[in-house]
Design a protein around this ligand. Sequence first.
Ligand code: EPU
Length: 337
Amino acid sequence: MHIEENISLKPYNTFSIDALASFFISVSSIDELKQVLVLKEYPNKLILGGGSNMLLTKDFKGLVIHINIKGIEIVSENDNFVTIKACAGENWHEFVLWCIDNDFGGIENLSLIPGNVGTAPIQNIGAYGVELKDTFVSCEALSLESQTLKTFTKADCNFGYRNSIFKQQAKGKYIITSVTFILSKKKHKLHVNYGAITSQLKTMHVIQPTIQDVSKAVIAIRESKLPNPKEIGNSGSFFKNPVISKSNFDKLLQDFSDIPSYPVSVGEVKVPAGWLIEKAGFKGKQFGNYGIHKEQALVLVNYGNAKGSDILNLSKLIQKTVKRLFGISIEAEVNIL
Ligand code: EPU
């Protein structure tokens, strides 16, 4: 076991924030993870996956455990479906591409989402009309308390919009070690109704799309709107899209006739936070080495060497302004550490 000291976490978070971990270890098996978890000398531990949904606002005085457990395995299959278990440390997009290469359908709309397989269920990642929960069967997670593996079924996970049991009752109590999916082998059910996909497929001159085409379309849309974390540090959507009451929305419509919305339930609608932030005048604003992305107001960016605390303060200013202008509270989607 090799524990390093004073390691920069910059390469381990997509926001590229240069915070230090007092101690750091990368684990590549469940056994190794168990051995590290029982170390009494490090009471303060931080579990790190792909680092794609976090904002580090200070150095971490403790042991960072980087989950690097790899492996993809076909558990069972029949003529129509395949069940696949992927380990937590697999990069999400590489896993999606592996499925697409094998013509396994169901997660093509989730192409190019940063992060790892093991962290995907925590916030039930979603994009372009598809969520992780749609193909999720179960996941295995190590209990921090008992050091035993527990299987969480889809029902156990209690998935919601950017939400699951791992953000609620089970928060901080388990480490997901693998996720099992069920994917189609033929007669793939495509989700192309999300506006941008249909028009992108048209641009690509595709009439009868395959899962490979849908993945290509999603990649093209994301590349045009979202900054590549390898070039500009970011964590995707910084805020969740707020859900508000229909009556509240109707009042807003009187002042803002162009406010977009998506139905959620009989009495509720979801409003794109990106629209609210853009209307508040923040889109594309740069404050020194950090700011708001010019193509998508929902994304805060680090142009290089920004401090996490600066980005946090910017997010608070945005929240305050949106609240003042529209009376809507927008909640951070990323974990602030
Ligand atoms: N909009 C603006 N200005 C902006 C951005 C958006 O006015 O700067 C408005 C437009 O009306 C647009 C609408 O918001 O039509 C929706 O925008 P978009 O389709 O880009 O999606 P989003 O609601 O901004 C969500 C997810 C994204 C996901 C896309 C596509 C959340 C918090 N974000 O964004 O997820 O890729 O839908 O499905 O739900 C992520 O979680 O990191 C992420 C990128």
